[in-house]
Design a protein around this ligand. Structure first.
Ligand code: SF4
Length: 710
């Protein structure tokens, strides 16, 4: 028996924990903690419940094992790889010839850097920039907002800096549940005496650890942050030297926040004025401060401005370019940062070179040996509208699940019915797969190898631990075979002839300045990985960004001055509650993975809608009763949990089980992210029978797919 201990990266969240898979002849025997690798993000090897259950979804009974072709919606027949590749490549070539922008490509933050690089390269070589991934639904505002203020859309520091901070401001981020191992750095800082400020509309497990807790209404973030900045400027607590030497726009900022007095902000946010003053003083006088956020900040029609204001708050306090300081947006999936870095976005090539910039375009035209479009492509949500209008006719989805993950599910489903041709590449059946014409079975992360970039810009290599089931193949292999079959057979970067992910990463090294020195050889030899930017092979990587200058055109931080605006939809007579969406520690994304783990499903079996006791009493609702959440877009059946975790008038619903049937797809005008964190709703008590009937209208997260064996 050939027993091995293989180092991998956890396939779940953006913390990027390492663990070992013990395997024998390609079969898994169990997991072991990686407590012997210095410098990794989970240094003592600890994992959260998802990381501990990592083998369960990989061993799911319904793993896809052969390519499939649809007979009718949701019914498939097995076909060979050669037939599947040929049919996909031929159809894509036809659309490319007719109108390249009639195609849309969806990359995946749940897979490696290498296939993500390839899917955007394939889209662009076929003539379109219509390529996007799920960062659009989680951190698009982080990318655009940080780019506007600092010149680049990434975490400016590392977990080590959170541990070394004296004050940590956590806003719109249930850190303890969504990134449990990363949260240990907050706890370590607190043990040292650091102060923790938490702002969240819901009293979360993270809020339990706060020294100051600010419970604002969903969607009132701009007012809250402006209020903090108001106090800091009014009391001259900001870093005058840093502002003078390294920032622009301070006067306009000071003028804009003038009216955001603590009393005025209390009226908008519901946060007592004295707490706003206390939080502002604590944050600005900490000496070393970090701000972290997640989707409570980003998933708003003002997500871009929320992020700009947080970056501004950090900069005026002088918390940039130093260790123990910085801004730490926490990415949800384990490779969101990498998919963004490598150009799986409709407006930029790898390394964030704008598609509309003739210079950047020329570089890639020469590198890939083909003419490229300079027209900014469609985002995921825009694609759904374009499909509905018949402008997008073909959709290639790699490792994503838009039926459950996109806002306003009913609209997405209506649109997908109109597609002419859809390809879904995934490891298990999903509700999205029901719309596919061709299904391509992919190997899971542990059955595959390649590089991944965690939330702190740490690029790590994950090795292959076990064999994929049946004929499932690595994502990089599938996309490169389609690329070759589509006629891109040139040498090196001009084609898709790769012998493995190493070849692809070397191509990334050659075209992505931030990754220049991050070679496969270095990553394999250094399990703790390398933080980008890493400009050469002898460079150690970069822990803290912006020590000397920012990446803006003048090297300065461009402070944002933002007037208050709330959510696109606010409560009214018909829809009197404000609905927000939340996450559970034991689940992840749209349940394609955690929904197949018996241990996790047993511990977190169902979603619960949190409702304040006074609202519940008025509506005659008790914990465990069935209710339906009704919005202008749909109805969602769920059991109620009566609790004081939410304010009166607010309803909090977990997102994983398909709550997007009721969320709002109104977009932030810059980041184009939908506002899944705040919309108006009503709550109606229903019987169990009514709930069961209503459930039939919500797509099941784990669908039954009929497959005729070949
Ligand atoms: S914290 Fe994230 S990366 Fe670490 S074990 Fe949990 S899910 Fe995996």
């Amino acid at each position: 028996m050939d027993e091995k201990l293989v180092p991998v990266v956890c396939p779940y969240c953006g913390v990027g924990c390492r663990l070992y898979i013990r395997s024998s002849d390609g079969h898994p025997l169990g997991i072991e903690y990686a407590n012997d690798i210095p410098g990794i993000s989970n240094e003592n090897g600890k994992l959260c419940p998802k990381g501990n259950a990592v083998l369960e979804y990989v061993l799911a009974r319904d793993r896809l094992k052969k390519p499939l072709k649809a007979k009718e919606q949701g019914k498939f027949v097995e076909i060979s790889w050669s037939q599947a590749i040929k049919e996909v490549a031929e159809r894509l070539k036809e659309y490319s010839k007719d109108d390249p922008n009639s195609m849309m490509f969806f990359g995946s933050a749940k897979t490696f850097n290498e296939p993500n690089y390839l899917i955007q390269k394939l889209a662009r070589m076929l003539g379109t920039n219509n390529v996007d991934h799920c960062a659009r639904l989680c951190h698009a505002s982080t990318v655009s907002g940080l780019k506007a203020v600092f010149g680049a859309g990434a975490m400016t520091n590392t977990y080590r800096d959170i541990e070394e901070a004296n004050v940590i401001f956590i806003i719109g981020h249930n850190f303890a549940e969504t990134h449990p191992v990363g949260f240990r750095y907050v706890l370590k800082a607190k043990e040292r005496g650091a102060k923790v400020i938490v702002a969240d509309p819901r009293f979360t497990r993270t809020a339990w650890f706060a020294d100051i807790y600010l419970q604002h209404y969903p969607g009132t973030d701009i007012a809250l942050i402006n209020g903090l900045i108001h106090v800091i400027i009014e009391e001259r607590l900001y870093d005058e030297k840093f502002v003078r030497e390294r920032c622009t726009g301070f006067d306009e900022l000071a003028k804009t926040v003038e009216k955001f007095t603590p009393g005025y902000v209390e009226k908008i946010t519901g946060v007592p004025a004295d707490l706003i003053v206390q939080a502002a003083r604590t944050f600005a006088t900490g000496g070393k401060g970090v701000i972290t956020w997640a989707m409570g900040i980003t998933q708003h029609t003002h997500g871009h401005d929320n992020v700009r204001l947080l970056a501004t708050l950090s900069a005026i306090c002088g918390y940039q370019g130093r260790e123990g300081c910085g801004v730490s947006p926490m990415r949800g999936q384990n490779n969101v940062q990498g998919a963004c870095d490598l150009g799986v976005l409709p407006n930029v090539f790898p390394g964030y070179k704008a598609v509309s910039d003739p210079e950047g375009r020329k570089f890639f035209e020469e590198f890939w040996g083909t003419e490229l479009s300079g027209e900014v492509g469609l985002t995921v949500i825009e694609a759904a509208h374009a499909i509905e209008k018949g402008k997008v006719r073909a959709y290639y989805v790699m490792g994503e699940n838009p039926v459950i993950s996109d806002a306003n599910t009913n609209h997405v489903i209506k649109a997908l019915h109109k597609l002419e041709f859809m390809v879904v590449q995934d490891i298990v059946p999903t509700p999205t797969m029901e719309f596919a014409d061709i299904v391509l079975p992919a190997a899971a992360m542990l059955e595959n190898e390649g590089s991944l970039t965690n939330t702190e810009r740490r690029v790590q290599w994950s090795f292959q631990a076990i064999n994929p089931p049946g004929e499932a193949r690595p994502d990089w292999w599938i996309v490169s075979e389609i690329g070759k079959a589509a006629g891109f057979t040139g040498d090196g970067p001009k084609g898709f002839n790769y012998s493995g992910p190493e070849d692809i990463l070397r191509e990334v090294n050659a075209c992505t300045p931030q990754y220049r020195g991050i070679t496969p050889e270095r990553l394999k030899a250094n399990l703790a990985g390398i933080h980008w930017p890493c400009p050469s092979e002898d460079h150690p990587g970069t822990r803290v960004l912006y020590k000397e200058r920012f990446l803006t055109s003048d090297g300065k931080a461009h402070l944002a001055a933002v007037e208050y605006r709330g959510p696109a939809e606010t409560p009214d007579e018909d829809y009197p509650f404000l609905l927000t969406t939340v996450r559970y520690v034991g689940h992840y994304h749209t349940l394609t993975m955690t929904g197949r783990s018996r241990a996790l499903v047993k511990r977190w079996p169902e979603p619960l809608a949190e409702i304040h006791p006074e609202d519940a009493e008025r509506l005659g609702i008790k914990t465990g009763d069935w209710v339906k959440i009704v919005t202008r877009r749909g109805e969602y059946p769920i059991r109620a949990k009566v609790t004081r975790t939410v304010k009166k008038g607010v309803i909090a619903v977990p997102w994983h089980w398909g709550a997007n049937v009721v969320t709002n797809d109104a977009l932030d005008p810059v980041a184009k992210i939908p506002e899944t964190k705040a919309c108006a709703c009503k709550v109606v008590k229903i019987t169990e029978e009514e709930a069961r009937e209503l459930m039939k209208k919500v797509p099941p997260v784990i669908p039954e797919i009929e497959i005729v064996r070949g």
